[in-house]
Ligand binder design. Sequence first.
Ligand SMILES: Cc1ncc(COP(=O)(O)O)c(C=O)c1O
Length: 510
Amino acid sequence: MTNAINTPIASAHESTHTPLLNGIVNDPVTHPERTNATLARIQEIIQTLASPFCGSLLTACIRAAGPDVDFFEPIPTAVGEDVARALAEGLGPKLSAQAAQMLRESELSTQEVIHFHRKHKIPVSHLEDDLLPVRGQGAKIWDSKGRVYIDLDSNYSATNLGNANEAIATGLFNQAKLLISQKEDRIQVARTRFLKEIGGMLPDGLEHFYWQNSGGEAVDKALKIAKAYTGHTGVIAFEGGFHGRTHGAVSVTHNLLYRKPFGLHDQPWVYFAPYDDLTAVAALLEKEVAKTVILEWVQGEEAGVRAATPEFSQGLRELCDQFGAVLIADEVQTGFGRVAGAPGQWFASQRLGVMPDLMTIGKSFGGGYPVTAVVTNAKVAEAMQPGYDGSTFGGNPMAMTAALIATRQMKALDLTPYVVERAEQFANGLSKIDSPLLLNTRTVGLMIGIDLPSSEHVHNVQGVMKEHGAHSSLSTGATLRWLPLLVITAEEVQQVLQAFTAALNSLEGA
Ligand SMILES: Cc1ncc(COP(=O)(O)O)c(C=O)c1O
């Protein structure tokens, strides 16, 4: 036993208990983000790996920790080695290696994590505590109990390049050591690197950026820029649309549930039109109630994957030109290859061949690290003047580093033809599934909507698929939504389809 924090790690000879010791007693120099493990986590690991003899092994660990150690507090460094030895003895070499891996992934038990979240969350949304993700690789996630799943959520399309990212980790590490934060209006090297890299990806002419931190913020700021440019406050948005939860973004989001509690249901500057209805838009523009139109080219969250037709998208562009209105394409979800229909279609606007005046981008922009932006052309950009807006964190060096590396990776992986292939594989696979429960499917790139008879079916299908190693939590009413990572492999797509078929079969029999 020793009291010095670093000594056990540095001097212990390699033995079964050493990796366990390194998981139980944290080295605060190499891992300033962690604490020592709790007995609660040790208990969870024992129960997961060695349930038949878990009682006596847990007792041995508790005894090694001493009578005063709280189950939910970090095990004191001084007794860490004794606990590691007791655990190693009980588990043997093979399970000890697995236990050490689990400790590296989390020193806290799932129970503790759930407890703290339940206790401290303002319940703006349902807490998803069906699994605790602790590690990712490619399209897979591992939970705190060592189970692995193919991830069909991609954090709402934010982790398109993988659930962990070595290059982004290294880039952020390097940048954080040099310069961690700079306000939006200060010049910096990281952003310049990004600007030199992005060329060729965005629709031509959209080369002026205003940096933000979330999609909702980007939508807010796009609306402000559009209003400044048109000199008109009115905005046309669409039924079934979703643009985020800030005051401005939620004001142009159709669902009343999101607006009414906050008095945002009758904003005098917002007009909703049915999606795909050019006549309704033309009528509003003719009345001159609005000079800004905002929409998603593929409605995701609220409409269960509904794509604009070419006629609608081109017609909207023509109407905006005719009435001097600006078109904002909210590509926060559809951007960066998500809905590619052919090589080079990084954005839905390119897929449709329609140039918006403003575009909002976010989600996978930083490979999972928060960074978003409004992009626009020179003419619209000029309408904003110094003092109109500002941001402490927008486009900070960390965000720009993540965006730079993610952009390089997307290009290096030549992601758009890959998405086309995987989307075809999903569409073909789904078309071959013969089940009375499968009512309709829509596959737009890797945005996938699957209509089932009811929301209860959606819930049940998600449950059975989880048992088969495919995890999804997204839905819109009776529509199951899949947003797999864009790097999902062909084999993983096959596994998802098998899990889905198994789920439908089991529910048909129910
Ligand atoms: C189209 C669209 N716009 C805006 C947002 C809001 O993004 P964020 O959650 O980053 O604020 C979302 C989020 O799902 C979205 O899908």
